[in-house]
Design a protein around this ligand. Structure first.
Ligand SMILES: O=P(O)(O)OC[C@H]1O[C@H](O[C@H]2O[C@H](CO)[C@@H](O)[C@H](O)[C@H]2O)[C@H](O)[C@@H](O)[C@@H]1O
Length: 257
């Protein structure tokens, strides 16, 4: 967590103890890796998150496409409040768990098709999150169009309740009822988030729903990366800069002793 470029971080909003902080995971808190299991979690990250929870009176949540079990394992259970699978599972500030829908049984056909796809396309892999199926093609970028065709064909067969969410060398088939924007709205309706100013930091297309929700709520939206148009109000260039900024945030919000 070193090597800050002051130029790209200039102009970010001034830290405030009244913030509610929402953090994406991959590409925001950890660098993108070749495979989901290959990410490196910085040693200082769980401690940094714990410090932020303390400084912001509990109003900190991870909002990720990963599932909660995987996030807990990667972060040593550092955070009570988290949303996984883009909101298809959510744990509130008091540790209560919400799984609003269960469509996993409707995926049997597409699950089998994706298994066959990864068996016949080296470099691809599938994550089965129950309520969402994720097709990774980072190891075989040339199959992007073919992968998209398979996902969209099955999504159409399932009907309007489902969508294909593109991400970084990934396609996810999931119910369209929940997304990162609805996650922000849900957290903001309850303590310890209610009444605070939402701040969301994320890097990927799926974070755009959250940026829009935060903008509508009068908060601050911060994009990690500068390579495409975004609804975010601010930009940070890299994961390292995001971690630097969060470290500075924890420091600035420490009450004087
Ligand atoms: O919402 P996020 O926390 O950013 O999660 C989005 C997806 O992240 C993971 O995939 C991405 O990161 C992998 C590890 O760096 C990378 O190999 C892959 O290409 C990226 O798409 C995760 O595996 C997915 O389940 C998440 O939905």
């Amino acid at each position: 967590m070193s090597g800050t470029s002051a130029a790209s971080m200039r102009g970010l909003p001034t830290p405030d103890v009244g913030w509610a902080l929402f953090l994406d995971f991959d590409g925001t808190l950890v660098e993108i890796a070749e495979h989901p299991d290959a990410v490196t979690v910085p040693d200082a990250l769980p401690g940094l998150l714990t410090a932020l929870v303390e400084r912001l009176s509990g109003a900190v949540a991870i909002v990720s496409g990963r599932d909660l079990a995987g996030l807990d394992a990667l972060l040593d259970g550092a955070l009570p409040a988290m949303a996984g699978i883009h909101g298809l599972e959510r744990r509130d500030g008091q540790g209560r768990l919400y799984r609003p829908v269960d469509h996993s049984e409707r995926f049997s056909e597409v699950r089998a098709a994706l298994r066959h796809f990864v068996e016949t396309h080296p470099g691809t892999s599938m994550e089965d999150k129950g309520n969402a199926l994720t097709l990774h093609y980072r190891g075989a970028p040339a199959v992007a169009e073919e992968a998209a065709a398979v996902m969209h064909r099955h999504c159409e067969a399932l009907g309007d309740e489902f969508r294909v969410q593109p991400g970084k060398r990934v396609l996810e088939l999931r119910p369209s009822s929940h997304h990162k924007g609805t996650v922000v709205q849900a957290f903001m309706a309850e303590p310890p988030f209610r009444g605070r100013t939402p701040v969301f930091i994320g890097d990927d297309v799926t974070d755009e729903d959250a940026f829009r929700a935060v903008n509508d709520l009068g908060g601050h939206s911060i994009r990690v990366g500068t390579d495409r148009p975004t609804a975010a109000q601010y930009e940070i260039e890299s994961v390292n800069e995001a971690l630097q900024w969060l470290t500075g945030l924890a420091r600035r919000l420490t009450p004087p002793s």
